[in-house]
Each structure stands twice: as structure tokens, then as C-alpha cells.
Design a protein around this ligand. Structure first.
Ligand code: NDP
Length: 342
């Protein structure tokens, strides 16, 4: 079993030299082992939040309660789709497709109780079950409908809008009847947002010297909703451009994960006077919406009303590069690594 591990804790921007490809011999028999199921990994996710789990335990963002810290030298958990090779679990049989907590490697050796569910692909390609129909989708769905509490006709701003979560938020918001503007890090991404994903407008934040006035151009009357994926200066600029009673959904602050950009310094008096709600959330908070989310999103995908963007690399060796690329905007849509054919 070939798998990716970190050599030590990573407290800044990740580099390929921080990772190693390890291999171990596994026995396809479970007797006397602490492993209950062996999964052949097919598609695994790479996610920005994993960097926070790679930091030193003592640093303020490490060992965040929703996800355990990643231990150097050990297999790294991730969301993904795979096929059961051996199982002693009553609900899973050899040959079945599963979705859940896999690892960055060829096989997942699953201990009892690990989050693994049988997967019915419902006619959708498997990568979509890692992205739009997986955790990114639930994040976008719960974050937009439940945290942003949108009303028809409201104005919505989305950052990292061509990414996995952002591209879905923008599309849900358009289908809901909002006016949507997104920002992304290249002209190619800006065109994709406007021409393929139906955003009303979009801009390249890297070309703007003054983000506050850039947002004023796109929202002359202010914005009702900001779906924040990036934090930092963009969050400061968005808060300055919120309308009264505006809502900010704090999904993530990727610009702050590597420690190379300043954290957001919000004008809290502005927040008070404009009665702005700023709410952090985790996708897992919205598991109760799971059935609604799956039905709505598969219907939209089938009807061609939502595009599920997947950006796929191949092979275990490509995982570190795919992960690092998230922090320099290499990906368009959900970054996934294909490990094996079905
Ligand atoms: P994406 O697919 O959006 O990939 C990350 C993107 O972020 C990059 O493509 C890049 O696009 C952008 N980016 C990277 N560095 C910076 C920077 N310094 N400033 C601005 N933009 C940057 O990832 P996800 O959709 O998986 O995640 C998006 C956000 O949502 C992250 O913050 C993540 O941690 C969070 N998240 C939160 C969850 C929750 O439960 N709350 C669940 C899943 C994700 P560009 O070219 O535009 O710069």
C-alpha cells in the first residue's frame, strides 16, 4: 500500500519536500487485526483545511475540534470514494462502492466505526460524489441556505468563486434568484464564472489594488450576503461594503492558513452600526439537510442547471502537488486525485 504522509508538522506554506510517499505491506485477511474493512481507493479529495491539521499541536489553529491533528509518518484521512476489498462489517460487502473517510493512498485500512457509507452513484460520475454531491456540496448548500438565509433579489458576493465550494454557492444563489458576483485569481476563472456558471459579474482580485473600492464598483448599494472562503483583506473589504442587516457566512479563511497574509482586522464599529451577522459554520452542522441537499443537487445536475467542476490529477504521487496547488489557485473546481479505475 503506497500512501502519503507528512515528514513533520507544517507551519507555513506547504512544499513538496514536506511530504513523503511511504509503502507498507498489507494482508488481505482481517483476522486478528484492528482493521475491519479494506477499501481500494478510487477518488480522494484534497482540501485546504487539511493544512490546519498538519500544524504543530501547540499552534493556535492546530487540533481543531472537528478534525484530529495529522500525525507525521501516518496515513492522512480524507473524504473519497472507493471499493470494498475485504469486509467484516455487516453493512458492507466485498465489491461494493463506498463513500466516506478514506486516506491519501492506494488502500484505506478502516478501523471499526469509521465513517463509510454504501454509495449509490445515481447515474452520476464518481468524482461528483467527492465534490458537488459530497462534502463541498453540503458545505455550499448548508452555508448558503441556512447560514446566509437568502431572500430573492438579494445581492451576494462569493470569494474563491471558481473553487469547489464557491462555484456551487454562486450557482445555488443564482437559481434562488439572487444577484451574484464572484472573485477569483485569474482572468480564465473570471470568464468561467460569467460564461459557464451564470454569475452576473466577476473580477480578478489579484488585479485590484483597493479591494474596498473594487467591491463598491460591483455593489454600489452594498451587498446583503458575503460567502467568505478566504478571510484576510477581502473580508475587511466585504464588511465595509455590507448593507444594514447583512450576513457574512464564514466558511473558511484560506488566505490565512499559510501565515503569509495578514489576518482580517475588522472594523467592529461598522459591524455594530450596520447590525451585520457574521457566522462561522461547518458542513457537519447541516447533516440534517443531507437528504434535501442530495435531492436538490442531483435534480439540478440532471437538468443541467448546475455544473459540477472537477479538477482531477492521477496517482498517489500527485497528491502533494495537488494539495499545495490549492494555496496558489492551481485548481478550477473540486480538486480530486484519481487513484485507480473503477
Ligand atoms: P477551493 O476549491 O476553493 O480551492 C482553494 C482556492 O482558494 C484556490 O483555488 C484559490 O483560488 C483560492 N485561494 C488560495 N489562496 C488564496 C489566497 N491567499 N487569497 C484568496 N484566495 C485564495 O477549496 P474549497 O472549495 O475546498 O474550500 C474553499 C474554502 O472553504 C476554504 O477556506 C476551506 O477551508 C473552506 N471549507 C470549509 C468547510 C466548512 O465546513 N466550513 C468545508 C469545506 C471547505 P483563486 O485562484 O481564486 O485564488
Amino acid at each position: 500500500n503506497k500512501f502519503v504522509a507528512v515528514k513533520g508538522h507544517i507551519n507555513g506554506a506547504p512544499a513538496e519536500s514536506d511530504f513523503e510517499i511511504k509503502s507498507e505491506t498489507i494482508f488481505l485477511s482481517l483476522k486478528g487485526k484492528e482493521v475491519e474493512v479494506i477499501i481500494k481507493n478510487l477518488y480522494v479529495s484534497v482540501d485546504p483545511y487539511q493544512l490546519n491539521r498538519m500544524k504543530t499541536q501547540s499552534s493556535s489553529q492546530a487540533a481543531i475540534s472537528f478534525a484530529t491533528a495529522i500525525t507525521p509518518g501516518h496515513a492522512i484521512d480524507t473524504y473519497g470514494v472507493g471499493r470494498v476489498v475485504v469486509s467484516e462489517r455487516a453493512d458492507l460487502e466485498k465489491g461494493e462502492l463506498v463513500v466516506g473517510l478514506l486516506t491519501w493512498g492506494e488502500y484505506t485500512l478502516a478501523e471499526p466505526g469509521r465513517l463509510l457509507n454504501k454509495l449509490d452513484p445515481m447515474g452520476q460520475d464518481l468524482p461528483h460524489h467527492v465534490g458537488a454531491l459530497g462534502f463541498s456540496g453540503l458545505t455550499a448548500y448548508g452555508g448558503f441556505y441556512k447560514v446566509c438565509k437568502p431572500k430573492k433579489g438579494e445581492s451576494v458576493f462569493v470569494s474563491a468563486a471558481s473553487g469547489s465550494v464557491g462555484s456551487l454557492v454562486g450557482q445555488y444563489a443564482k437559481l434562488f434568484g439572487c444577484r451574484v458576483v464572484g472573485c477569483a485569481g485569474s482572468q480564465k476563472k473570471v470568464e468561467l464564472l460569467k460564461e459557464k456558471l451564470g454569475f452576473d459579474d466577476a473580477f480578478n482580485y489579484k488585479e485590484e489594488t483597493d479591494l474596498k473600492s473594487a467591491l463598491k464598483r460591483y455593489f454600489p448599494d452594498g451587498m446583503d450576503i458575503y460567502f467568505d472562503n478566504v478571510g484576510g483583506k477581502m473580508l475587511e473589504a466585504a464588511v465595509a461594503n455590507m448593507k444594514q442587516f447583512g450576513r457574512v457566512a464564514m466558511c473558511g479563511v484560506i488566505s490565512e492558513y499559510t501565515g503569509s497574509s495578514k489576518r482580517a482586522a475588522l472594523d467592529m464599529l461598522d459591524v455594530v452600526y450596520k447590525r451585520i451577522t457574521i457566522q462561522g459554520f461547518l458542513a457537519a452542522d447541516y447533516m440534517k439537510c443531507y437528504a434535501d441537499f442530495m435531492k436538490t443537487t442531483t435534480d439540478h445536475l440532471r437538468a443541467g442547471k448546475i455544473h459540477s467542476l472537477c479538477d482531477i490529477s492521477h496517482g498517489v504521487d500527485s497528491i502533494p502537488r495537488a494539495f499545495i496547488g490549492l494555496f496558489s489557485g492551481d485548481n478550477i473546481g473540486k480538486k480530486i486525485v484519481q487513484i485507480a479505475d473503477q
